[in-house]
Structures are given as C-alpha cells and as structure tokens.
Design a protein around this ligand. Structure first.
Ligand code: NAD
Length: 362
C-alpha cells in the first residue's frame, strides 16, 4: 500500500487514469506505468508469498481479489488498500471485464480448479497468470490456451524457478554446454512430511498428489536442463503410508529418456528431505542444491564455479518479468504451451506406473 500511495503521489495521476483495457494494451502496445493484478484464491501462497511480493514489484501491483471467504476481505482490503469495487467472488468475477484497474488475473486455486477459473479469467479479456501445475490434464491445459488465444490475452504459468538467476544459468548452459555434451541429469525434490494436513493436496479430484504439486518442478528442470523434450518415460509410485496417502501417491520415481542418449531421473516424495538438480557432462558436472526453494537456490560446478547469485524475492522477479513482457508485448517467459508439456509428462508418468511399462511421450 505504501508503495502504491507513493507511486500515485509521484505520478500525480488518479488510478483510473493509469489503466487501459488489457486487450488495448496488447494490441496497441500502450505503455502503462504498472499493471493491476487481481489474485483469485486467498490461500497460503497468495497471502504469504504473492501479496508480499506485489509490494516489492516495480511493474505491477495488487489491486483486486476474488475470494469465496468473505471473512478474509477486511484484512486484505486494510493491508493492501483494495477498494470495495475491486473485491469479487467466484460467481461475479466476470465483472472484472469492466474494471479498468485490473489488467491481469492470477489463478492461485487448487490445481483441479485452475482450468475453470483460468478460462473465466481469459473470458474477461484480462491477461492470465496461472499457478503451477497448469492443470490436472493436458486437455484442461489446452482449453486454457484456447481461451487465452480466443480472447487475445497473454498467459503465463507461475514457474518461479525459471525466473531465478542461478536456474537461468543452468538454462543458458543447456545451450552453450560449457562442460561438453550433457549425459545424465537427476532432479529430486521432497520433504519428510510426517503428518500431512487433510487439505486439497490429499484429494485426487482437486489435483492433489506430490507428482502434481512438486514433481512438476523435477520434470520442468529435466526439460530446461537438457533444453530438450523427452521421448519415453518409465515410472513407478511408492507408498509407505497407505493409511495416510489413500488417494494420492506419497512418492513417485521416474526415468525420462531424451534424444542423444541423455538419461534422466526424477523423484518426488513426502517421505524424505531431498532437493538436488545434478547434471553430468562429458567434461564435468554442475548442480544446484536446493534447486527448488523460495530462497537460497545455490550450487557449484566441477571447475570451481559457484552458482550463488542472490535475488531478494523470486515471486517479485517473476511477476515483474511477466508484467514488463505484457507491457512491451513480448512473449512471456513460461507460456501455457510450456506448462502443458509438463502435464503431458505427468499423465505419461501415471500411465507408466499404472501399466508397469515404458510409455512413449506424445
Ligand atoms: P491453499 O490451500 O493454501 O489455498 C487455496 C485457496 O483456494 C484457499 O484460499 C481456498 O479457500 C481456495 N479454494 C477455493 N475453492 C476451493 C476448494 N474447492 N477446495 C479447496 N480450496 C478452495 O493452497 P496454496 O498453497 O495457496 O496453493 C494454491 C495454488 O498455488 C496451487 O496451484 C499451488 O500449486 C500453487 N502454489 C505454487 C507455489 C509456487 O512456488 N509457485 C507455491 C505454493 C502453491
């Protein structure tokens, strides 16, 4: 709120004067000072990560909320200076179409609800940011992409790691190959969750399960580390606590084979603390550990290079990158097509585990 007031004061403009409809911004490349973001779903990630980050961003700011929990509204309005006219619920959010304060609708709901609300968001004519994993199925991902294309709005998936500078170095090395040809990559993420709360993350219908929530980081990392798309997958699930993990898997292990004989493996689990992305090359190796964390992503390479560039806030970097790309009418860093590729692989992993055989990836 402080930043927003300061900005308004400095610019000498009323808020209404700053905003134009996003489809006009997209078509005419009109330059705005800051984009207005509306968060849909005010759970942990919105409240504790995205909203604080939106107080640090230079190119966008929090201006609206969509919630089904009226009791949350006063705190959000007070803390973030959100006006009554910018508060919506799930039944009236189509009204955002006529709200010039809001340029981007950010879907931060349980995964199983992403496609329904991302499509609603696109139909308002506002740009769409959607949290990872993009959706439960590739079909749902395609429906989100189609809605954004039809409405001529931009779509970004909230893979914050791809905006993080040490990860960007790994992505750069997939092209420049400073240690020679990539031969093997391993991406493991997990936490020892002794007593998992009974939330949507344990509910298959709502998109729960480790492979969706955390496994997509491993899949995404194997793809950006190699700079390629996998050809086949072989996977299996493990469950040491069937009485707890009744609907969704506790652990998933998978091997993705890439072109040029590159072999990769991924592991995601709620039974062990692991967090490592390691690449073996013809003439050396490099790794990030942790490679998936809100802070402190760091690593090293076999020649002694340290990968330890610091940024204050990944979510602020992600949202600023995406806001600026929208204002400058450039492609967003993590597109819907990119988000969908991981979900195609999640579906292949689940099919492989179910059938007990290697699956070709479409
Ligand atoms: P959460 O459970 O804390 O919040 C979910 C919100 O959705 C709540 O406000 C809840 O009231 C609302 N909701 C609406 N309909 C619901 C329903 N039918 N069932 C359950 N909740 C419902 O979850 P979260 O951790 O904030 O995760 C939200 C999204 O953000 C997920 O897609 C998750 O994958 C993503 N996420 C991303 C990151 C990241 O680092 N990029 C981190 C955490 C979460």
């Amino acid at each position: 709120m402080q930043k927003r007031r300061t900005f308004i004061k400095k610019s000498g403009l009323a808020l209404g004067g700053l905003s134009v409809l996003p489809h006009l911004a997209f078509k005419s490349n009109f330059q705005k000072q800051k984009l207005g973001v509306c968060l849909v779903g005010l759970g942990n990630y919105s409240e504790n990560l995205l909203a604080p980050a939106l107080q640090l961003t230079e190119h966008c700011e929090l201006r609206g909320i969509v919630t089904g929990s009226p009791e949350k509204i006063p705190m959000w309005q007070r803390k973030h200076g959100i006006s009554d006219g910018n508060v919506y619920n799930y039944d009236n959010m189509e009204g955002i179409a006529n709200n010039a304060d809001i340029d981007v609708i950010y879907i931060v709901l349980p995964t199983g609800l992403h496609s329904e609300y991302a499509i609603k968001a696109a139909d308002t004519g506002k740009h769409v940011w959607c949290e990872k994993p993009m959706a439960k199925t590739a079909e749902e991902c395609q429906a989100i992409i189609n809605a954004c294309t039809k409405n001529r709005v931009k779509l970004a998936i909230g893979y914050r790691m791809q905006h993080e500078p040490n990860t960007r170095k790994i992505i750069e090395w997939s092209k420049t190959k400073p240690f020679g040809a990539i031969e093997k990559v391993r991406a493991d993420v997990g936490w020892n969750i002794s007593n998992p709360p009974k939330t949507w993350r344990m509910d298959a219908e709502l998109g729960g399960g480790l492979i969706y929530d955390v496994g997509v980081y491993c899949i995404n990392a194997l793809r950006y580390t190699t700079g390629m798309e996998p050809l086949t997958v072989t996977a299996h699930h493990e469950n040491t606590r069937p009485e707890v993990y009744k609907e969704v898997e506790e652990t998933t292990l998978f091997n993705l084979d890439f072109p040029n004989g590159i072999r990769t493996s991924g592991k995601t689990t709620a039974a062990e603390n692991i967090n490592m992305l390691r690449t073996e090359c013809q003439n050396g190796w490099y790794e990030l550990s942790p490679f998936q964390a809100y802070r402190g992503v760091k690593g090293k390479a076999s020649d002694g290079t340290f990968l330890n560039t610091y940024i204050e806030n990944q979510q602020a970097r992600q949202m600023d990158d995406d806001a600026l790309a929208i204002m400058e009418n450039r492609p967003l860093m993590v597109s819907g097509v990119e988000g969908m590729k991981d979900i195609v692989i999640v579906e292949a992993i689940n099919e492989s585990a179910r059938k007990g055989e290697t699956i070709k990836i479409a």
